[in-house]
Ligand binder design. Structure first.
Ligand code: NAI
Ligand code: MG
Length: 349
């Protein structure tokens, strides 16, 4: 995907500070990216409760328009308004920008947890499958919910597109293997077409990237017993939703988990966690997940050296300097942690 650049050679990027801890962690991320010399030109836009406050919509038109223009966004967490009949911002963005790929890497940051040396990437199809939610009830007698019916939709083109994305990402990241995860033994059509399309695409990468496949339930067990056998996993929407949380659990939860939503019309990068209202405004939130999301964004636009430098600085600060925020057992504030990263980046340069 080409990214528009201005005369200044800066990369324009929509920046949504978001709600709760969003503005605090976004500020830390900007400080660290500045220290790296990452050439982004930030286009700040409102979203979530902040969007409702400004224009009565959690996803204001100006924000959508900015993403449409820049094709790139870094998004803080948004509080989901309770009541008010607002549609999910994430679903609206997925549809609007055809964000077909959800990328969720899981990488051990702090050794000594239940699993060490985890380094997995999960690629989830984001637009099709059972999550199209073509659902209805059939009433029987006086029970309006006597029968519930749901249809899933997987297309060959959608399956080929997501599998191709997974292989291209594997190549770009120097990975060795892609595992296709399905349930083609039972859902022979719905997930059979995914497996069939996946095996077809895999042929194009023969000799460069290995390919195998797993049935989703067996895959879940194997991820718990021996996660190191996997490298890149690609799967359909529902299975991807479940397995991406599973692999976040392998590296100690959502606290440091980044996510990317990639589409033809835009790519949106965010932390997996929410707006953490319980600690908002206290200056103690961990910005690592959003930093890692910014790292994925730099990889995406070809700033791979800076992305690598960012990950190296995070590792150094967490494991050598042992500067950690409270959620990782440390005492550092958000800004102390950000300053430690800036210091490391400065001394590495
Ligand atoms: P949450 O992820 O905001 O918080 C869960 C727990 O993790 C809390 O104890 C929180 O303090 C802690 N936590 C989360 N991020 C942290 C960080 N960076 N550093 C330190 N601790 C952190 O989930 P919750 O409470 O269920 O949701 C809060 C709001 O966020 C809701 O309105 C929810 O809808 C929204 N949300 C938005 C998401 C998004 O915009 N992508 C994703 C998930 C939730
Ligand atoms: Mg989920």
């Amino acid at each position: 995907m080409s990214t528009p650049t201005h005369g200044s050679n800066k990369i324009p990027c929509t920046l949504i500070p978001g709600d709760g801890i969003g503005p605090e962690i976004v500020e830390a991320v900007i400080q660290v990216l500045d220290a790296l010399g990452a050439p982004f030109e930030w286009d700040r836009q409102a979203g979530g409760m902040a969007g409702i406050a400004v224009g009565g919509d959690p996803l204001p038109y100006a924000t959508l328009d900015s993403i449409r223009r820049n094709k790139l966004a870094l998004k803080g967490p948004l509080t989901t308004p309770v009541g008010g009949g607002f549609r999910s911002v994430n679903v609206r963005m997925r549809e609007e920008f055809q964000l077909y790929a959800n990328l969720r890497p899981a990488h051990t940051l702090v050794p000594g947890g239940r699993y060490d040396n985890i380094d997995l990437i999960l690629v989830r199809e984001n637009l099709e499958g059972l999550y199209v939610a073509f659902e209805h009830y059939i009433p029987v007698g006086d029970d309006p919910h006597a029968v519930a019916i749901s249809s899933g939709v997987n297309t060959r083109s959608g399956a080929e597109r997501i599998v191709r994305y997974a292989f291209e990402h594997a190549l770009q990241q120097g990975r060795k293997k892609v595992t296709l995860v399905h349930k083609a033994n039972v859902l022979k059509a719905l997930t059979g077409v995914f497996l069939e399309a996946g095996k077809h695409i895999a042929k194009e990468y023969e000799g460069r990237i290995e390919c195998d496949d797993r049935i989703v339930d067996a895959c879940a067990m194997q991820l718990v017993l021996n996660p190191w056998q996997f490298d890149v996993i690609v799967t359909t929407n529902l299975f991807g939703d479940i397995l991406s949380d599973l692999i976040a659990g392998l590296v100690g939860g959502l606290g440091a988990a980044p996510g990317a939503n990639i589409g033809e019309k835009a790519a949106i990068f965010e932390a997996v966690h929410g707006s953490a209202p319980d600690i908002a405004g206290k200056g103690i939130a961990n910005p690592t997940a959003l930093l890692l999301a910014a790292g994925l964004m730099m990889d995406h636009v070809g700033l791979t050296d800076q992305a690598r430098a960012l990950r190296k600085a995070i590792d150094g600060v967490l494991n050598t300097d042992k500067v950690r925020t409270g959620d990782l057992g440390g005492k550092a504030s958000t800004s102390e942690y950000a300053n430690a990263l800036v210091h490391r980046i400065g001394s590495a340069g």
